[in-house]
Design a protein around this ligand. Structure first.
Ligand code: OVV
Length: 405
């Protein structure tokens, strides 16, 4: 066993690459690592973790979307749940395959449907406008803390129907869940150390009695009422909302500001046509890949692009690299909102594709539209600092200046 999964040999034709994808410097600045990974071929064997890494667009998409060969039920991190007990009861959507996955997915999909999310649009817009007004008054601010963390931790718990409370814990729980998918390194251990404080609080918020009668949470519990899922499953689906709904949107909003500050021409383009906000969002996703990597596990002996893959092999799907593949996106290293990438892998692909994407889009649309309408220029007020995380490519600090129009 190595990091909780079966040790494998490098398959024939796959280069051995002595790299640590979870090294803090690589996690903070992954671009060169991505390029080198793609240059190795469809796969590289990383001996330190005994995994196959893939980072070209085509193979990453193939592995990531083929749930029959490359399963999620053995965990989407380095650990193989068929060999080792996970740190928490597995998610009944993320960490399940059909047929188990299908029922849970239908319920959470309904709760987060376009219709359900559309009703939130107006309050999302109002919250975004008052947030941006406040930041314009400040002028200089910390975009991670004052914008990226503030917005989702305000609007998302309301949308779920959580009680008022210490919403900082949502960010801490997200950090645990995403870092837990990596190896047993210092980053993971630091995040997990917050568990005793955070996990019971999260589980408490997932209880039916704690949730307001309106919101995604109540909609999920409505499916327990009709017997579609059990009450316990409903609680676990609310836990999924709290696991995946905060860090991801915090990350993408921070990266959005980073992209616009570094590409003033693109910000001009957005200001000239605020309706481009949603395409800007897709390009931000492609360009920065908030979730940089997730794993799959080969559930049988199989083959991809002529490479033989043995049952039990963990495949590190490097989404951040696939989204920068020049063979798929010409001038991939350029941030260009007119690219309109509708096939990036940042939200996954196939049956496990991000079920919260309507909510993420509504949040990003509200914030980017408010910025396009109100802000004249965005400038960095210091060096951006990235925060190493085993699954999420996220900023730690982003000092910024907003000037009005
Ligand atoms: C980290 C993550 C992503 C997506 C879903 C979940 C967690 C979950 O807990 O269901």
């Amino acid at each position: 066993m190595i990091e909780g999964h079966k040790e494998i040999d490098a398959p024939a034709g796959v280069p051995v690459w002595d790299v640590d994808p979870y090294d803090s410097a690589i996690l903070a600045g992954p671009t060169d690592y991505y390029a080198e990974l793609r240059s190795k071929g469809p796969f590289a064997y990383i001996p330190r973790y005994s995994v196959l890494a893939c980072g070209r667009y085509d193979e990453t998409k193939e592995v990531f979307s083929d749930w029959e060969r490359f399963v999620s039920s053995r965990g989407v991190g380095l650990q193989d749940f068929s060999l080792e007990e996970p740190w928490r009861p597995p998610s009944i959507v993320l960490e399940k395959d059909p047929p188990d996955h299908t029922r849970a997915r239908a319920v959470i999909e309904r709760a987060l449907s376009t219709r359900a999310v559309r009703q939130l649009g107006e309050s999302f817009r109002q919250d975004a406008e008052s947030l941006i007004d406040g930041l314009l008054e400040k002028g200089v601010f910390e975009a991670v803390e004052d914008l990226a963390e503030t917005y989702p931790t305000t609007v998302f718990p309301n949308a779920v129907g959580l009680q008022e409370g210490d919403r900082r814990r949502l960010v801490d729980y997200g950090s645990m869940v995403f870092n837990a998918l990596g190896p047993d390194n210092e980053i993971r251990r630091d995040a997990m150390a917050r568990g005793p404080d955070v996990v019971p609080w999260i589980m408490e918020q997932c209880q039916r009695e704690r949730l307001k009668p309106e919101g995604f949470g109540a909609m999920i519990y409505a499916a327990a009422e009709t017997g579609e899922i059990t009450e316990e499953e409903a609680g676990l689906l609310v836990r999924s909302l709290l696991s995946a709904g905060v860090d991801t949107t915090v990350t993408v909003l921070g990266s959005a500001i980073w992209c616009l500050a570094n590409n003033p021409d693109q910000f001009e383009r957005l200001k000239a046509d605020p309706k481009m906000a949603l395409w800007a969002f897709e390009e931000i996703l492609r360009y920065t890949s908030p979730v940089h990597s997730f794993c799959r596990t080969a559930n049988l002996d199989t083959e991809v692009s002529g490479i033989k893959i043995a049952e039990g092999t963990k495949i590190l799907c490097v989404l951040g690299s696939a989204n920068l593949d020049e063979d798929h996106y010409p001038k991939a290293d350029r941030f260009d909102i007119d690219r309109r990438p509708s096939d990036h892998l940042a939200l996954g692909v196939g049956i496990h594709g991000c079920v919260g994407q309507n909510v993420a889009r509504a949040e990003a649309d509200a914030v980017l539209t408010a910025i396009a309408n109100k802000v004249g220029s965005i400038e960095l007020a210091g060096e951006p600092v990235w925060r190493p995380n085993n699954s999420v490519h996220t900023l730690d600090r982003l000092p910024v200046i907003f000037r009005g129009k």
